[in-house]
Design a protein around this ligand. Structure first.
Ligand code: HEM
Length: 431
């Protein structure tokens, strides 16, 4: 079975697993995920598949298909996406009514928050948000700078023999991984074990079982870390929540919340660093500017976030009552999928939205979502990206891609690339 199919099965199962559990729908149906369901995840290099734009021009709210008895609607218009994501009165994120499942809301995935409605969502999110204020995040800024410099040393070390190095295992993956360890407050001695879980989880070559095993292992690991910190709370997010709200949350839920942060923050930021480097190397003037001109950094990174929109779709939304959206009447029992990558390229937003252009007037984008479930880690992600890209461009001003064919992930909710081989110097390329 190809890695793509395995990955697809894994992500599709993640999306619907809880939903189908007790309804008796045979999971083996997902052995072959129908293309009419998943084609909006296809990309053409950095771009969403052209079909998305065609549909958006015609019908920003479009009935994609019916699957497992549900009508699935795809929203690609920017205005319409914001309308859905902002309206928790009309749309629910809670998948449990579909499965009749009760119990803990934090089921060990980013979905811990993303698949939850108020008041549970409000309660859990309130525990997290103080850890993501700029004041708390400032504590991490020097650590992030240090982590980035050390990884750049590693890039240099690994390139010493041939001049070529893959930036995914040396730069894109370890930076967000180590930053999340700092954020959560995991002791140094536990990080290697945790790193292996992180790699297994996102390495689709392990297949669905491997990935799911790693999911529950990482949650178990974080529950154990939480249990240890109960008696001796550390400096990070886990310790801080225990200190301030320890009696409001048990180890299972706090471990799940931490695991949600881990899932939400690792693959997304790693993809931004990997793909973002590839985009910048395609635009050498912008790459140089990010290294030389501090005033260009924020807008270049916002444009990278918009242009790449690595989280291609938002969590599914379920209408709580019949709604009218984009001229369609959509009923309860239907599912709405907001296609963020397409919405961020909506022609109603400006000129040539398919181009990467950091000089365009800065406006808000949907790469972090919108509304109540908007990414809790957005400012942390920005801090990482605004530290890592300038440092890379300063250290290796002559960096260039060592391939003309990147190995993009074919079908995944978080778009990415398997490797980014680069040459550190142009001179080395000529040798
Ligand atoms: C560039 C990196 C990132 C991108 C593009 C990104 C994008 C997103 C998007 C699109 C959503 C969902 C919005 C929705 O369905 O309404 C989300 C939610 C979330 N993200 Fe991020 N994210 C990034 C980094 C992070 C980081 C660094 C963390 C934590 C360390 C994080 C934690 C979360 C959590 C916990 C949620 C669920 C929020 C909720 O449901 O209330 N993300 N993110």
């Amino acid at each position: 079975m190809s890695r793509v199919t395995t990955y697809l099965k894994t992500t599709a199962r993640r999306m619907v697993m809880s939903r189908v559990g007790k309804n008796g729908i045979d999971l083996s149906q997902l052995e072959k995920v129908p293309d009419h369901l998943v084609w909006p995840l296809h990309r053409d290099g950095f771009d969403p598949t052209p079909r998305i734009a065609e549909i958006r021009e015609r019908e920003p709210v479009h009935k994609l298909t019916s699957f497992l008895g549900m009508n699935i609607w795809m929203v690609t218009g920017e205005r319409e996406v914001r309308e859905v994501l902002a309206d928790t009165g009309s749309y629910s994120n809670d998948i449990r009514p579909f499965v009749g499942r009760k119990g803990s809301t934090t089921d060990g995935d980013i979905g811990g928050l993303g698949f939850t409605d108020p008041p549970e969502h409000t309660r859990l999110r309130k525990l997290l948000t103080p850890e993501f204020t700029m004041r708390r995040l400032e504590r991490l800024r020097p650590r992030i700078a240090d982590i980035v410099e050390r990884q750049l040393d590693e890039v240099e070390r690994q390139a010493a023999a041939t001049g070529v190095v893959d930036l995914v295992p040396t730069f894109a993956f370890p930076i967000p991984f180590l930053v999340i360890c700092e954020l959560l407050g995991l002791p140094d001695e536990d990080r290697d074990t945790f790193r292996q879980l992180g790699s297994a989880r996102f390495d689709v070559s392990y297949g669905g079982t491997g990935a799911f095993g790693a999911v529950s292992d990482s949650r178990k690991f974080l529950m154990e870390a939480t249990r240890k910190q109960r008696s001796d709370p550390g400096e990070g997010l886990i310790g801080q929540i225990i200190r301030e709200h320890g009696d409001e949350i048990n180890d299972f839920d706090l471990g799940g919340l931490a695991d949600g942060v881990f899932t939400g923050g690792l693959e997304t930021s790693a993809s931004m660093l990997a793909l973002g480097t590839a985009v910048l190397l395609d635009h050498p003037d912008d790459y140089a500017r990010v290294g030389n001109d501090p005033s260009a950094v924020a807008r270049t990174i916002e444009e990278l976030l918009r242009y790449l929109t690595v989280v291609q779709i938002a969590f599914p939304r379920f209408p709580k009552h019949e709604v009218e959206l984009g001229g369609h009447r959509i009923g309860t029992g239907d599912v709405i999928v907001c296609q963020l990558a397409g919405a961020n390229r909506d022609g109603r937003l400006g000129q040539m939205m398919d181009a990467f252009d950091p000089s365009r007037p800065m406006s808000t984008h949907l790469a972090f979502g919108h509304g109540f479930h908007r990414c809790v880690g957005a400012e942390l992600a920005r801090m990482e990206l605004r530290t890592a890209f300038p440092a890379l461009a300063r250290r290796f001003p002559d960096l260039s891609l060592a391939t003309d064919q990147l190995d993009y992930r074919q079908l995944s909710i978080v778009y990415g690339v398997e490797s980014v081989p680069v040459r550190l110097t142009r001179a080395a390329a000529a040798v």
